[in-house]
Structures are given as structure tokens and as C-alpha cells.
Design a protein around this ligand. Structure first.
Ligand code: AHR
Length: 860
């Protein structure tokens, strides 16, 4: 251990920040084009304007939040100047083509406020912006260049506050300040601005940089490295003390699940429908034109001389405007559904086949329906009699004789002719809880086994969409399947809306979980790639009333009785009793801009006025810190949002070093819903390593269960071969469900949850803090059984013999012990149950790299 301490001290000494002694220095601001402008605003300092020192190598003090990840979030030619208000204002170009500028300001060049992106419609693009302050008119005069072909124009505008701007005006080149200058930084020459500043400004920046480096070093800690660093560590001992006098109530809804249709989680996943593209609504644009097969005929083919065309004249419903036209000239030719890369069938089970059909020739005729594999082997068959040239729904049940993973469904007209076909569907009868239009039983059961207290849906980014037109609208997802409005899924595929709000709410009811719908806050995803500046457009103000009405209607649909308009709709759709909705999320990790705030406030006010009993959950951005987090919390505190949704995907080191993250949260302010989190490690694996650092975090969530009301790991589901995001909690294919180690951890916390937290501590025999923070305890009491549940996490590469002192003792002598332990890279670890003898003071062994749950039963 001594060696490790020495290394840490050495590191600290080496990193201690350089301090500039003289009163003032020169500061240079620029943005290198390295990495396409994604490093953001960079700074350097000099005492003589000749020799320049970078403040961090490739270190950006401000990054652009404009546009989509990957292609955008760029900063070009920043113009940084100290404003008349004492703030540093940075105005920059967002790219070479958009007619928007970006602005952000800061007191100290370290913490930056909201970004805004004023759009100047008269300008082609906004390049090389600069500004000056006019003391007479007390406004900033901004100018930029607009380039089209060989033509360059100068535009100007004015602003008093960088929030509202005057209409852009054309100006002459003489309006330009041309203050940018070239500076040699090492081998490179950069273009930017030079100013004289007090050295205190630069000293603070240098100090910040050093502490940032230290922090990042902590966040790079991981258990793989520990196995080398701590290779000589001998087994340790520890003492757990439990103070039964110090109790607090904690949330009964701490453990929940986050469902988003990402990674084929819905269609082809949880939704039990076996026919892909049943509605013939797939479009090339859903995959950006990159997959030429992604059309209305995707996952369908014909045999023999049969022809498949797509029509949209007189569809079943305008929301579902395309349908198939099958033309056959000879008996036996068929239209074949491929399913989701095959249709899995189980022997002895019944399947409901249905379709809408009409015989275009007007005659009555028979369609024979066959489930068979490529070799022609038939697993089930039946027939429907199509009557005339009017859309009608036909339905039959098919009994499968033998299991297969790879069947196809053939529709074979007995008489040659022309048939219009749509909504061609095949469902297992055996769905979760046997619901029609239900969920795949095995996946839904894996979710139910987590014992989630709530289900968040429909996202994630799916909730607020890619561009305003892609915002998820609940009303498009209820009622008859053929009348629902399918939509592009921003993860690059199709949402049939077969799972809609009714199905989500029913599932919650089936598993005893609270529904938690998340609705866009009047803005689309901040990473939108369509609609120009994406979220920055926001729903136009003139449409906000109707948008808000839709949200109020949702609450009425969920909770209204039969005398209400939307309560009646719910009942007509099959659910007579209200669902008792308690929570509604508004926004999903949005950029906290003025535009967002304006819309959020309107929605929040309307819900509060009409449904004060509903707990509105706001949003504080996509990170555990930074501008959106700070600004989101500021707004929450100002308008008393009952709860806010925090998101963070972090390294193991972050979890190890942030076990106190919530310890100092103000208990009188908004509660927290940790809506998305997961440990991300190299290769984005799910293994014992990630799951154990998540367990460390879960112990701290329980300890802070008086302020953290809800939490959900994200994402939840991923289909093998269609995974856009890793890690995930559960993987599956057409026949199997493969739970991860992270799933096992979530399940242990879900099943062994408590509503009362009892103060406890674990102290290692070795007092080294590096070791100490790798062992954690949480003690809760289950209010129903009064069982005492002790969760012990040991992420050290050695075992810890742990003594527990229970001063108040009225437990049965035999407790349940569950141990999840293995090798860090294990992707499958099964929790092992054993018996633990308990007396007021007893010992238990925590294996290296383990989570141990002790469940002590009270004497009756
Ligand atoms: O969980 C995957 C994505 O991560 C969610 O859609 C989004 O909210 C977050 O960025």
C-alpha cells in the first residue's frame, strides 16, 4: 500500500498548478480546427506576446452544443470579449453553412451559462463573427460574413443582452473590426484574439485545469487496474456497525425500469408481433436512404410469378396509408412474410393470424395461410375466405405442431387474381398475461422479475424525437391498430406503434408498477439532425396551446372517469377503470435554453393548475454536471418542480469516487429521479466489473433514498444484431432472453428493497481511503415483512472477513445470504443463495469482487 501512496503524493506534487506572479498577462482565445472544431474554445497565455503557453493541451473551456452528435457540436472562429456587464461573451460560428450564430457567457471562463443560437434568415451562413459594445446606445453590435459562391456579404445586428437581436442588416466591409490575429503556439499557428487580463484570471484557469486533471485521473480508476495495483493485498477484515436509532424513510419507488424503443426493443422485441412491416409503412428515409431494402416491401417477398406492389388509394385508414397489392396468375404463388429474420414458433402453441384484405376483382376467394420453413416443411396452416372488394378483417388461429426458430408465413391465394392486403399479423396466443396484442412472455417476465416499482416510457430520445415532426404523440398510439400512426424511430428504424400508451399502461398494471410517461417539453432532441438547429426551433408558440392540451388530455385519459371525454376513450379501448397515473416526465435531458424554459414553464403551469396532484418530473440535462445540470437545477429550484430527471453514463472510476454524490443534496428542494445511468467501460461491455460499481452506486442511492425517489438503469433491452447502444440490461434474440450481470444486480436491489434506511458504516482494518471506498454497506428494512436487508459490496481483489454488530437483535438465527461474485470480465454470473447463521455479533465473508445480500427475518 505504501508504494501506492507514494505514487499518489508524487502525482499531486507534480501536478500542483503553476502560478503567474506578475499582475497582468496576455490571453489568447482561439479554436483549433483539429478535430473539426469539436474541441471548442481554447486559451493560451503569454507575458510578452511572443512565447505562448497553452492552457491544457486540446483543452476546451467551452464546447458547442449545436446540432447533432458526431457531425455537429462544432465551434468555428470564436470571438471572445469581456462585455460591458463584466461577463466574458463568446460568439461563434456553428458550422460553415447554417445561418445561425452561437452565444454563451461566463464569469470566469470556467463555468458557462446557457447557449443560444439566434438565426438570421437573410444571411446565407454566419462566418467569422465579431462584436463591439456601443456605450452610447448600450448595445452590442455584432457583424459576420455571409458567403455564397464567390460572393461575400457583411451583415450586422444589435443586441442588448444576447437574448433578443435586431433584424440583420447588410453592411459594408468597413463595419468589420478585424481584430483576429495569428499566434504561434508550439509548431502551430492559430488565429484568434489577444487581450490583456489580470493574472488572476489565468491563475484561476490553470488551477482549474490541474484539479480537472486530478479528477479525471480518479475517474480513470478501474478494477482491472486494481488487480495489478493491489496484487499483493492480503485478505482484509472489516467491521459493520448499524445504528438502529438513526432511521429515515426512503422512497418505495427507488427501483424502476426505463423502456425505450432502441435496439429493436419494441417491434421485433417486447412487442409479441411476429410479422415485420405488417403495415407496409417502412420508408427509405427511416434509414436515411442508406439501406435500399428498407422500403414498404421490406421483409416480404413473393414466390413463382406473384407480384407485390404497394398502393395507397383507399387505404384502411389514412394514418396507415400504404397497403400491399398481391397479383397472382397461377395457383400456389404466394406472398411471404419473413418476420424479423425468421419467425420463431413453439410446438403445441396457438398463434393468431389476422389480416385486412379485399379481393380487387370483387369475387369471393380463399387465401390459404401456411407457416413453413425454407425447405417447405409446414408447421401450421389454415385459410381465410376473402369476401369481395371491401376492406375486412379476417382472423384465424393456427396450432403449431413443431418448434422452429426460422419459419416464414405464406399467403397463398387459391384463385389467381388481385388482392389488397394490410395489417398482416401473427401473434402467439401465449403473450405476457395472455393479453391480445400483448408482449413477448419471456421478455416481459424478465422485466417483471426485476420487481420494478415504475416503468418509464417511451424514452429517452424517442420521447422528444429527431426534429419537431418526430416528437412522440401519445394520441397516435392508442385504439385500433390499423388507425394508429406509425412513425420513424430516431434510432434509425420504424415504430409500428403496436405498443402504444394503452399497452404500456396495461403492462404497468400487470406487474404492479407505476406508469411514468415522458413527454417532450415542447422541444425535440437536442441532437436532432433535421429542422436546422434541431431543438432550437421549439414548437411554434401558436401551437403550444394545443400541444399542452394533448398533455392534459393524457392525464384525463389515464385518470378520468367515464364522464370525461378521454376517460371514455380509454374505456372504449378496453380499460374501464382509471389507471391512477401519478407521475409525468416533461422533457428528456434537453439543452436548458431560453426556448426550452419558456415551453417547459407553460406546460408545468398548465398541469399544476389542472392536476395539482400529478408529480411533474423536470429535466436537468444529459450529464452529472455542467451547464444544463446547473441551469436545469436553477429552474427547478425557482419554480419548485417536484422532481427532476438526472442522466449520466459514467466510467467505473466516476462511480467509485462519487459515492457521496447525493449526500449533500438539499432535502428541501426537488427530489431526484435518476432516469438513466450505467457504468461504461472499454468495449462498452456488461460484466461483473460494471455491475459491481453500479452496486456501489445503488448502495449510495439507498442511503440517499430520502432525496432520490426513483432510479432506472438504461437502456433496458437490446436485440442481438440490432444493437445501436451498449451496454444494455437485457439482450435477446427471437428465441432467447439473455440477462446480464448488471441485470442480476438490479434484480437483487429490486427484490430486496426497503422503505426504511438504517444508518450503517463499514470500516476496513486497513484505513487507506483508496481501499475503504471500495467496500460499501447499505441497510434497509422492508416495511411489509420487517426483514432487515444488508447489502455489502466489495470491489477489492481480495476477500473481506466482515463482522456485523447488531445492537438491536430480534432476528431468527438463520438468514438468507445471496452472493454474486466472480471474475471481473465475467458476463454471466448467477447469484448463489446460502444460509447465514446470525447472532447479535456475527461474521460473514465477502469474496473478492462481490455483492452480498443478507436478509434477516424478524422473530414473529
Ligand atoms: O439510453 C439511451 C439514450 O441515452 C436515451 O435515448 C437518451 O435519453 C440518452 O442520451
Amino acid at each position: 500500500m505504501k508504494k501506492l501512496l507514494f505514487l499518489l503524493c508524487f502525482f499531486t506534487i507534480k501536478l500542483s498548478a503553476q502560478t503567474i506572479k506578475q499582475d497582468s498577462v496576455y490571453l489568447f482565445s482561439y479554436c483549433s480546427l483539429k478535430n473539426d472544431g469539436k474541441i471548442g474554445l481554447q486559451l493560451a497565455w503569454s507575458t510578452d506576446k511572443n512565447t505562448w503557453n497553452s492552457i491544457g493541451s486540446d483543452f476546451g473551456v467551452l464546447g458547442s452544443d449545436y446540432g447533432t452528435w458526431g457531425a455537429q457540436k462544432r465551434m468555428l472562429s470564436p470571438f471572445l470579449w469581456l462585455g460591458a456587464d463584466g461577463l466574458w461573451h463568446c460568439v461563434f460560428s456553428v458550422n460553415e453553412k447554417d445561418n445561425a450564430l452561437a452565444h454563451a457567457s461566463s464569469v470566469d471562463l470556467i463555468a458557462w451559462g446557457r447557449q443560444s443560437y439566434p438565426v438570421f434568415t437573410g444571411s446565407e451562413n454566419c462566418l467569422l463573427p465579431e462584436f463591439t459594445y456601443d456605450t452610447k446606445t448600450k448595445q452590442y453590435l455584432i457583424s459576420w460574413l455571409s458567403k455564397k459562391g464567390d460572393m461575400t456579404e457583411v451583415f450586422t445586428t444589435t443586441t442588448k443582452d444576447f437574448r433578443s437581436y435586431g433584424k440583420e442588416q447588410k453592411a459594408s466591409l468597413s463595419a468589420r473590426l478585424n481584430l483576429r490575429t495569428e499566434v504561434k503556439l508550439g509548431e502551430k499557428t492559430e488565429t484568434g484574439l489577444v487581450y490583456k487580463v489580470s493574472s488572476a484570471v489565468v491563475n484561476k484557469l490553470l488551477k482549474h485545469l490541474e484539479s480537472e486533471k486530478e479528477r479525471q485521473k480518479l475517474y480513470r480508476e478501474n478494477l482491472y487496474e486494481d488487480t495489478l495495483k493491489l496484487a499483493n493485498l492480503k485478505p482484509l477484515s472489516a467491521q459493520v456497525t448499524v445504528d438502529f436509532q438513526k432511521r429515515k424513510s426512503i422512497s418505495s419507488t427507488l427501483m424502476g425500469i426505463f423502456f425505450e424503443d432502441l435496439n429493436y426493443a419494441a417491434d421485433g422485441g417486447l412487442y409479441a408481433e411476429l410479422i415485420q412491416n405488417r403495415d407496409f409503412e417502412y420508408k427509405l428515409s427511416e434509414k436515411g436512404g442508406n439501406d435500399k431494402s428498407w422500403t414498404a416491401t421490406k421483409a416480404w417477398h413473393t414466390t413463382g410469378q406473384a407480384k407485390l406492389t404497394i398502393d395507397s388509394i383507399r387505404p384502411i385508414h389514412y394514418n396507415n396509408s400504404h397497403f400491399a397489392v398481391l397479383t397472382t396468375t397461377q395457383k400456389g404463388d404466394a406472398l411471404v412474410a419473413e418476420g424479423y429474420e425468421g419467425i420463431a414458433l413453439k410446438a403445441g402453441e396457438a398463434y393468431y393470424f389476422s389480416l385486412f384484405a379485399k379481393n380487387i376483382t370483387g369475387k369471393n376467394s380463399k387465401l390459404s395461410i401456411q407457416l413453413k420453413d425454407a425447405s417447405g416443411k409446414v408447421f401450421a396452416e389454415g385459410a381465410v375466405n376473402v369476401k369481395g372488394n371491401v376492406w375486412q378483417k379476417y382472423e384465424i388461429s393456427l396450432l403449431v405442431k413443431e418448434s422452429t426458430a426460422n419459419a416464414e408465413l405464406s399467403i397463398v391465394p387459391e384463385t389467381a387474381g388481385q388482392y389488397a392486403l394490410d395489417m398482416i399479423s401473427l401473434f402467439p396466443k401465449n403473450t405476457f398475461k395472455g393479453r391480445r396484442n400483448g408482449l413477448r412472455a419471456d421478455i416481459a417476465q424478465a422485466l417483471a422479475d426485476l420487481h420494478p416499482r415504475f416503468v418509464r416510457f417511451p424514452g429517452g430520445c424517442v420521447a422528444h424525437g429527431n426534429g419537431l415532426d418526430n416528437i412522440y404523440k401519445w394520441k397516435n398510439t392508442i385504439g385500433k391498430l390499423e388507425e394508429r400512426k406509425p412513425m420513424f424511430n430516431l434510432w434509425g428504424y420504424h415504430q409500428s406503434m403496436g405498443i402504444g400508451y394503452g399497452e404500456y399502461f396495461d403492462f404497468c398494471e400487470d406487474i404492479g408498477a407505476q406508469p411514468l410517461p415522458v413527454i417532450a417539453a415542447g422541444v425535440c432532441c437536442q441532437n436532432s439532425s433535421v429542422g436546422g438547429a434541431g431543438q432550437q426551433g421549439g414548437i411554434p408558440m401558436e401551437q403550444m396551446d394545443s400541444y399542452i392540451q394533448d398533455i392534459l388530455d393524457l392525464i384525463e385519459w389515464a385518470n378520468g372517469d367515464l364522464t370525461t371525454k378521454w376517460g371514455k376513450v380509454r374505456a372504449m379501448n378496453g380499460h374501464i377503470k382509471p389507471y391512477n397515473l401519478k407521475y409525468i416526465g416533461i422533457g428528456n435531458e434537453d439543452l436548458i435554453t431560453d426556448l426550452f424554459e419558456e415551453r417547459f414553464r407553460m406546460i408545468f403551469k398548465a398541469i399544476k393548475a389542472k392536476y395539482p396532484e400529478i408529480i411533474v418530473i423536470g429535466t436537468v440535462g444529459p450529464w452529472s454536471e455542467g451547464t444544463d445540470y446547473v441551469e436545469g437545477w436553477k429552474l427547478a429550484n425557482e419554480i419548485n418542480i417536484p422532481m427532476v430527471d438526472e442522466h449520466y453514463y459514467q466510467s467505473p472510476g466516476w462511480f467509485i469516487n462519487n459515492q457521496d454524490y447525493y449526500d449533500n443534496y438539499d432535502r428541501s428542494k426537488s427530489k431526484v429521479y435518476l432516469g438513466e445511468y450505467a457504468a461504461h467501460i472499454g468495449g462498452r461491455a456488461n460484466n461483473l466489473h460494471t455491475s459491481l460499481v453500479e452496486a456501489l452506486h445503488l448502495n449510495s442511492l439507498e442511503r440517499n433514498g430520502d432525496v432520490v425517489s426513483m432510479s432506472s438503469y438504461a437502456p433496458l433491452l437490446a436485440k442481438e444484431g440490432h444493437t445501436q447502444w451498449k451496454p444494455d440490461l437485457i439482450f435477446f434474440n427471437n428465441t432467447e432472453v439473455k440477462t446480464t450481470v448488471d441485470y442480476e444486480v438490479q434484480k437483487l436491489y429490486g427484490v430486496h428493497a426497503g422503505e426504511s434506511y438504517i444508518a450503517s458504516q463499514v470500516e476496513l482494518s486497513d484505513k487507506d481511503s483508496y481501499l475503504q471506498k471500495r467496500v460499501s454497506v447499505s441497510v434497509v428494512e422492508d416495511s411489509k415483512t420487517k426483514d432487515l436487508i444488508i447489502k455489502l459490496v466489495n470491489v477489492l481483489p481480495t476477500s473481506v472477513d466482515t463482522k456485523l454488530n447488531l445492537k438491536e437483535f430480534d432476528f431468527l438465527p438463520e438468514a438468507l445470504k445471496i452472493t454474486l461474485a466472480g471474475k471481473l470480465k465475467d458476463t454471466k454470473v448467477t447469484p448463489m443463495e446460502s444460509k447465514q447463521s446470525v447472532v447479535p455479533s456475527f461474521s460473514t465473508n465477502l469474496p473478492a469482487h462481490s455483492l452480498t445480500v443478507l436478509r434477516l427475518h424478524r422473530k414473529k
